[in-house]
Write a protein that binds this ligand. Structure first.
Ligand code: ATP
Ligand code: MG
Length: 401
């Protein structure tokens, strides 16, 4: 009897990642508001320090050749877990063992140096992933072709749109021959054609027996790509198993936790999204809107010092976390006037192709000549009433009012 079990064990692929009771603590400051924090910059007097557990006793194993999805609400610890797996963040307690070369596609911009050109970042990034200069040089043309960003390859990456960032980052990661590929959210960015190219490459990786770990809010993508899905909730793993069951569990949790919980992320405190309010076409604040009418997202931003060149971005996600529309003033070729103190920008979006249901608005702001930025996830929410449902990402008319 025991021989049979041993033989079954022998044909199972080896474990490439083992996570043992991993916990991660961050120390966070508690202030009354982001603005206050910006104003009191440097004066530590009114801050309260508080420990915060982003990961709480997480354990699991990953066998070679598996594609695992990580899902969970904003702030549930997905990105932190991915960074711990990639060795970019050290756990406070517990251990992670991994075997093989890891390529990590982390949150937008992570891993790129903003002041260097795309070309320079290819070499920098490649060497971080353990490739020699010659090995990267040999792959350079393939990387450039896959990214398809043309002459932007010689532009400083701080001028890239989020789509360009992702194109280049993805191109580098898949050309470094990784055994394990970590992907955080990036599949939702970029145009449909590029997304398809990424998905094709991921499927190729799967057929080659590489291990892939994907964080995504696009649940349909998770369902179709993954063999196994882990659900995170407030830093704890609450489910590990079949994709369909995991997605069901996640949907239940979204309802329990409530959508529209604001979650902020900032790389610098020079600039901030203060608030986002949803108005109807005539400028009246609303929480529900008829499909087919326009909504006006009133985004209020503030800056500590005047910002001459800056850009504003936003996205609208379904309650299930799938991106419906997204754009930014860079893509829309809108030049914003110098940001002094505080400013309100209205973004008008047609809801013609939105299905009925609940939506969440996210916004971000970035200085273009320095690296200040701030993003606010779950800044507002609204409901689309009535009309027949449509599927997939929508092509909405967007303009800055
Ligand atoms: N360096 C840090 N310092 C302090 N807190 C942090 C740090 N990094 C992450 N956190 C906090 O840890 C929690 C988990 O963050 P994490 O980015 O892992 O969540 P997530 O599940 O990836 O969320 P999202 O869906 O918004 O990307 C959040 O509350 C976040 O604010
Ligand atoms: Mg994340």
């Amino acid at each position: 009897m025991s021989t049979v079990i041993n033989r079954a064990e022998a044909v199972r692929p080896p474990q490439v990642i083992t996570v043992n009771s991993v916990s991660k603590r961050f120390t966070v400051r508690k202030d009354t508001s982001l603005k206050e924090r910006m104003v009191t910059l440097g004066r530590a007097g009114r801050q309260h320090r508080q420990d915060f557990w982003a990961l709480n006793d997480v354990s699991f194993d990953i066998r070679a050749g598996t594609t695992i999805g990580l899902i969970g609400h904003n702030g549930s610890g997905k990105s932190t877990l991915l960074k711990v797996l990639g060795g970019i963040v050290q756990p406070t307690s517990g251990t992670v063992e991994q075997r093989g070369r890891i390529a990590a596609l982390l949150e937008l911009g992570a891993g790129f140096h903003p002041d260097l050109s795309g070309r320079e970042n290819v070499f920098l990034n490649g060497s971080v992933l353990g490739l020699s200069h010659d090995e990267i040089a040999a792959q350079f043309d393939a990387i450039q072709e896959f990214a398809g960003i043309g002459d932007f390859i010689d532009t400083q990456v701080k001028f890239y749109s989020s789509g360009m960032y992702v194109r280049l980052a993805f191109a580098i990661a898949v050309h470094t021959d990784p055994d394990i590929l970590l992907v955080d959210e990036v599949l939702a960015v970029g145009d449909e054609q590029f997304q398809q190219k990424c998905l094709d490459r991921i499927k190729e990786f799967q057929s080659e027996g590489r291990t892939i770990i994907i964080v995504s809010h696009a649940l349909d993508q998770i369902a179709s790509l993954c063999d196994r899905v882990v659900v995170m909730n407030h830093g704890s793993m609450v489910y590990d198993g079949l994709p369909a069951t995991a997605i069901e569990r996640f949907r239940e949790l979204l309802v329990e936790n409530g959508v529209g919980q604001a979650h902020t992320e900032e790389s610098s405190r020079g600039v901030a999204i203060e608030s986002v309010d949803v108005h109807d076409a005539s400028g009246v604040p609303v929480s529900e809107i008829e499909a087919g009418t326009e909504i006006r997202l009133r985004i209020r931003v503030c800056a500590v010092r005047p910002l001459e060149k800056w850009a504003l971005g936003f996205s609208i996600d379904t309650a299930g976390g799938q991106m419906a529309v997204a754009s930014n003033t860079d893509l829309l070729a809108v030049e914003l006037p110098e940001l002094v103190d505080e400013q309100t920008v209205d973004v008008v979006v047609s809801t013609d192709a939105f299905s009925p249901g609940e939506y969440v608005v996210n916004a971000n702001v970035a200085g273009l000549s320095d690296s200040t930025s701030h993003s606010l996830t779950g800044a507002a929410s609204f409901t689309i009433a009535g009309a027949a449902p449509t599927v997939g990402p929508v092509a909405a008319d967007i303009r800055i009012a």
